[in-house]
Design a protein around this ligand. Sequence first.
Ligand SMILES: *Cc1c(COP(=O)(O)O)cnc(C)c1O
Length: 578
Amino acid sequence: MEHLEHEVPMRPPVIAYFSMEVGLDNAVPTYAGGLGVLAGDTLKAAADLGVPMTGVTLVYRKGYFRQHLDSDGHQTESPARWRPEKSLDPVTTKVSIDIEGRKVTVGAWRYRLKGIAGHIVPVYFLDTAYPENSPWDREITDQLYSGDDHLRLCQEAVLGMGGVALLRALGDTSIRVFHMNEGHSALLTLALLEERTAGRGIRAATRADREAVRQRCVFTTHTPVPAAHDHFPLDMVRRVIGEDRVAGLFAIDCCPESTLDPTYLALFFSRFINGVAMSHGEISRSMYPRYPINSVTNGVHGVSWTAEPFCRLFDSHVPEWRRDNIYLRYTINVPLEEIRNAHHEAKELLLGEVERRSGVRLDPLAMTVGFARRATAYKRADLLFHDVERLRQIARAAGPLQVLYAGKAHPRDEGGKALIRRIFDAAAAIRNDVRVMYLEEYDLALAKLFCSGVDLWLNTPEKPREASGTSGMKAALNGVPSLSVLDGWWVEGHVEGITGWAIGDGQNSETDAAREADSLYDKLEKTVLPMFYRKPLEYASVMRSAIAVNGSFFNAQRMVFQYLRNAYLVGEGLAPQP
Ligand SMILES: *Cc1c(COP(=O)(O)O)cnc(C)c1O
């Protein structure tokens, strides 16, 4: 791409991007949340920028799961079966890897992601559902985050070791960088070490061998609490990947308390490590003080997450924005009336979908607040209802107000499921004053409607657990300001009263639900609602700045450029290809 050659000093190395989940197409339900959506957006931006990247993930024929909510907010689940052959191309190449001493055949399906100028980024969805495998092995790649630790470890072996083997069998000898999106794919480092020590065995690996692997690997960590990482008992690891490889692990101190934490494996073997926002980088450095950890703040794929009415608006003012999202900076002069019109159309698209699903016609003129993300305790979807009476008073005095929720709880996350029920209870309690709806089946399509169609994007995580968060970035692209706790990306994206509003003052590093709820109510009552209803042009000006200031920066093109400049194009990546 001619455009790329001005920006990148030389041809980037070939990069293999590994992720346990990838969300790039609503018809391919192989993701659970932000981690997978980020992977999809990264691969899409790489395709747009002409970066030679290849994605690797698992196929999950039963997807993550389909969510059902009864009238009390009780969640049940069913498999999200889909047909890979409808969306993906079959790959004839197969490889075999050792799992528990058995030969397991690993094949793949390919998704050809086409960038804006035609560059293709292939994404391989690894599969074990072949007749030559045992019935148990056929199901290793059946469902995302569904099984016990043992199945999870087998999935990680297929992803890391099977992924490297498959890329090699496809003839991809030119890969210079292996990027691990979170620690699930860390076993790929052992596969690379085995290539180095071929014939000698992994136990015989020397420091130079390990350094050679290290020169190839890049690791993005996502989780700011160690308890949320995988910890596999070593005897299980021994059984699954073999005594020899475990002996190799002992040389590198990644097995605290007789468990394998793949995060340590990834940390040890990566020459570039990063957190996903500036503040998350800091937290990660304090968690892992022995490793040099950078930050590359996440971004979202601009064209994918911009609603049609805003695509048209941007096309008419800054047509270059599709090719280069930085041009969104120039939306700062777009007439406010046009911003308002585009937003009304986007809101209508959302309200139409709500009506189609529920029969309920929401008020297009009422302040509509959106909250949608995985339903898990630390995201605190119910903070808005900390004091239902107060919220009722605010709606009566400064409203009207309506609130839209969506998000799945992991089938075994009882805390997450209870959170959904609490929202249903609060909705019932406040129904005469605030309309609250919870939509089932949050997915890429619904996320786009939500993030672009509401008037305000709410985020209330427990600090510091929101490593980055990306849905607020999708909202910003569509001119939807955030009202959010100062955590993750919002620490960087927040300019008070310009791009949105903060909950809390950012001074307290400890989370404090009562204080944060109080601040949330204050902002709604005294700032956001009065501006929305009484100074609509001022509100439109905040919307416009959200696009110009945040949409132009928190996008995946900028993120991929940062990976190029800070990770891919340094060290070994710059060496001439063999
Ligand atoms: C963007 C997205 C997420 C991540 O949202 P966060 O704000 O990071 O929690 C989760 N699920 C879906 C379907 C998304 O599109």
